[in-house]
Design a protein around this ligand. Structure first.
Ligand SMILES: O=C(O)C(=O)C[C@]1(C(=O)O)C=C[C@@H](O)C=C1
Length: 355
């Protein structure tokens, strides 16, 4: 059995988009029940209630979760409000306790996905379970590590799988807590269209204002749903207060989501024409790039014969400035053109280095 052949029929049990919502951490029975009640009363379609029971914190002395007592509260949420329940597991003890408490859905967090020993331990503890298990992307942008974690689960006969895109750590200060790096998630989706992918706007944004935008972008590219943090009193939350929203704000966010149709055949003719044009342009782009690299090779030979450094910052500065000016004139994003030209320059230097 291969990841590509998994049927993942468990998804069909849930309305699309699948929404998992609830507090970052379970704090008390009353906090859990009030959050659950208000999500229920908001009438948003949320079939699964989440809560962190064990919290991996960056530094010691932070709130590390209430532990197993919280599993009883999750059970109450299920009994009183009919939600399925979900929590994160990070070692074999967590798995044993969560299975014992009949939590319905489990996920492996981003800090665990990076560690093959941890993933292997969790996978072995989950051996043969038919509960759905989600794997969050690793904190570093490594697609193979993400896929490897799923393979470890499948190796233990865990066949109901899903993934969560929660963004990637970066040292740079950005408007995100974890930069989305959509391309990695889309590469995953491309390779494994049969594995449901949820977005985690809370961890990508780290604040309340960006959540709706990220959730919508994920729906636009065909994600199956989202996992999002909601707390009855977000400002007083014991963990990640700045990214949690009330159940009422959550309901508004869900109700405003536009869900797109994945079937493109309705536009067959028009889409076909546009796609032919794009194919032509792509062909020309590659032709031009190839011509550019051949000229770079000639320059490279001149440089080698005359013992001149390959990297020429003055010339490169002129090229970049011109490209950015053109980007502006044609209404394209300067970040995009900068990225493209950096990639071209890198390759050009490589070509000259190989002479
Ligand atoms: O103009 C040159 O010297 C080149 O080799 C070409 C080129 C480029 O690809 O544009 C490559 C390397 C230099 O750093 C600057 C420019």
């Amino acid at each position: 059995m291969d990841l590509k052949n998994l049927e993942n029929n468990w998804v069909k049990e849930f309305p699309k988009p699948i929404i998992i919502a609830g507090p970052c951490s379970a704090e008390s029975e009353s906090q859990m029940l009030e959050t659950a009640k208000r999500i229920k009363e908001s009438n948003a379609e949320v079939p699964i209630f989440r809560a962190g029971i064990w919290k991996p914190r960056t530094k010691p002395n932070g709130f590390e979760g209430v532990g197993t007592i919280g599993l009883g509260w999750l059970k109450k949420v299920k009994q009183e409000y009919g939600f399925k329940t979900a929590t994160e597991v990070a070692n074999a003890h967590h798995v044993a306790a969560a299975l014992e408490a009949d939590v319905d859905i489990l996920w492996i967090g981003a800090r665990s996905t990076v560690n093959p020993f941890t993933v292997q331990e969790i996978a072995e503890a989950l051996k043969g379970t038919d509960k759905p298990v989600f794997v969050k992307n690793p904190v570093n942008p490594d697609l193979a590590l993400w896929i490897g974690a799923l393979e470890r689960l499948l190796g233990q006969d865990v066949k109901n799988l899903g993934v969560i895109h929660r963004g990637f750590s970066t040292y740079q200060k950005t408007k995100y807590r974890n930069i989305p790096n959509w391309q990695i998630a889309l590469d995953f989706k491309n390779q494994y269209p049969n594995i449901p992918m949820l977005v985690d706007p809370s961890h990508i944004c780290g604040n309340r204002t960006g959540l709706a935008g990220i959730a919508q972008e994920a729906m636009n590219v065909g994600y199956e749903g989202m996992i999002i943090e909601s707390h009855c009193n977000p400002d007083e939350a014991w963990s990640d207060a700045s990214q949690q929203i009330t159940p009422e704000v959550l309901a508004e966010l869900i109700n405003n989501l536009q869900i797109r149709n994945s079937d493109i055949s309705v536009f067959d003719d028009e889409m076909g024409r546009h796609r032919t044009l794009i194919s032509d342009l792509d062909f020309n782009l590659i032709e031009l790039l190839s011509q550019r690299m051949k000229i770079s090779e000639k320059i490279g030979t001149l440089k080698k014969d005359n013992n001149i450094a390959i990297f020429q910052p003055e010339r490169w500065k002129i090229i970049t400035e011109y490209a950015l000016q053109k980007a502006d004139e044609t209404g394209m994003s300067s970040e995009f053109i900068e990225k493209v030209f950096k990639a071209i320059h890198e390759e050009s230097i490589e070509v000259q280095n190989n002479i």
